[in-house]
Design a protein around this ligand. Structure first.
Ligand code: PLP
Length: 396
């Protein structure tokens, strides 16, 4: 018999799992080139050449005992120091290796920081729509995920809504900028207002409210959009970063947390997060990958690849009459379903071999998410299918 909590988790994840299985089945049945799978945020750009070179060089030159052995739970000091120096150069911060904790991707980092901060029953707020896994991560620590709905047109944070859901039990606010699933980027002006609101609430309530910045898409921005570095705006910020998208390494599971000294109980949180990394069973982030990313700090994925996809898919869908905002970051389009029940819309799209994810998986019912981190040719080939879909709903 499995645990009751696990039964709930399995029931909730079955929709996306079923789509994943169905996609595979459809590819076998119709040929992979005739299935247009926009469901997964799995980068279709190879990692930069420097990643392969670093892997080979490290494997050939480094002492294997040191390379493959256990280490400090926070990660190699040299790697953490190199990341701190790189952040300081890019963002004018003043971090040292003590502020960096290497993690098993952003997912590992979020679980570590929630384990570190959240008591059972504590509330963790996030702006909706949001990356659906947050609900599971908060559930892992018996916390309560509270959704703060964003503006229905722009998907920008609505600070009046946020102010209403902050309570004495609020431990943290998770913010994801650039955003999955909407593709929006929160500008500096919004971040300044958000920081001021959190400061005010902390004063009123006499509590510490931590801002957890989940930033796997930081470098994936278009049209010159800028993503503010949040530790500079709000003292109690903890940043979670990942190389899954920026270096196309999602299977390697590598990222880090930034825990500033200035955060309330900053040093205690650094020590506790290190223990959380161990007791959650991660122990430490993968050693080879830590060394690889430290050598690739100046590298980034080919953003122009995603930009080309973004432009084609956005133009195709809006020309056909579908409505969505033009994303400024990440690699997702969040499209309004032409019927109220977006699951019905997804089921209908599947008839044309289009795989889209219902917005309710992200706390955003009435919309569907398309991940455009696919081959450009897949988008080109999918256009007739979208045309058929548009005809069914808009009659043109
Ligand atoms: N946070 C967001 C918003 C994501 O979209 C993802 C993955 O898609 C993650 C976290 C998890 O990323 P990682 O592969 O680094 O664990």
């Amino acid at each position: 018999m499995i645990a009751d909590k696990m039964k709930d988790l399995m029931a909730n994840s079955s929709a996306i799992r079923a789509m994943f299985e169905e996609g595979k089945k459809m590819a076998e049945q119709y040929g992979a080139e005739n299935v247009y799978d926009f469901s997964l945020g799995n980068p279709n750009v190879a990692p930069p050449e420097a990643v392969k070179e670093a892997i080979v060089e490290i494997a050939q030159t480094m002492d294997p005992i040191q390379l493959h052995g256990y280490m400090n739970n926070a990660g190699f000091e040299s790697v953490r120091a190199a990341i701190a120096a790189s952040l300081n150069k890019r963002f004018g911060t003043a971090f040292s290796e003590n502020n960096i904790l290497m993690t098993v991707g952003a997912a590992g980092g979020l679980n570590v920081i929630l384990k570190t901060l959240v008591n059972p029953g504590d509330e963790v707020i996030t702006f909706a729509p949001y990356f659906g896994e947050y609900a599971n991560y908060v559930n892992n620590v018996n916390g309560v995920l509270v959704e703060a709905m964003t503006d229905r047109v722009t998907f920008q944070p609505d600070l009046d809504v946020l102010a209403k859901v902050i309570t004495p039990r609020t431990r943290a606010l998770i913010i994801n900028n650039p955003n999955n699933p909407t593709g929006v980027v929160y500008p500096e002006e919004t971040i300044e207002k958000l920081a001021a609101l959190l400061e005010e609430k902390q004063r009123q309530l006499g509590t510490d409210i931590y801002l957890i910045a989940d930033e796997p898409y930081r470098e994936l921005v278009y049209d010159g959009a800028e993503v503010p570095y949040l530790t500079k705006y709000y003292k109690n910020t903890i940043v979670g970063y990942s190389y899954s998208k920026s270096l196309s390494l999602p299977g390697q599971r590598i990222g880090y947390l930034v825990i500033p000294d200035e955060a309330a109980d900053g040093e205690l949180i650094q020590q506790a997060a290190s223990v959380a990394n161990r007791v959650l069973g991660f122990v430490n982030a993968p050693s080879l990958q830590q060394l690889v990313v430290a050598r690739c700090l100046g590298e980034s994925t080919d953003v122009s690849y995603y930009d080309r996809n973004r432009k084609l898919l956005y133009k195709t869908l809006t020309d056909l009459g579908f409505s969505c905002i033009k994303p400024e970051g990440a690699f997702y389009l969040f499209v309004k379903s032409p019927v109220a029940d977006e699951k019905e819309f997804c089921a209908h799209a599947k008839k044309y071999h289009l795989l889209l994810v219902p917005g309710s998986s992200f706390g955003g019912p009435g919309y569907v998410r398309l991940a455009y981190c696919v081959a450009y040719e897949t988008i080109q080939r999918s256009i007739p299918a979208f045309e058929q879909l548009a005809k069914d709903y808009f009659g043109k």
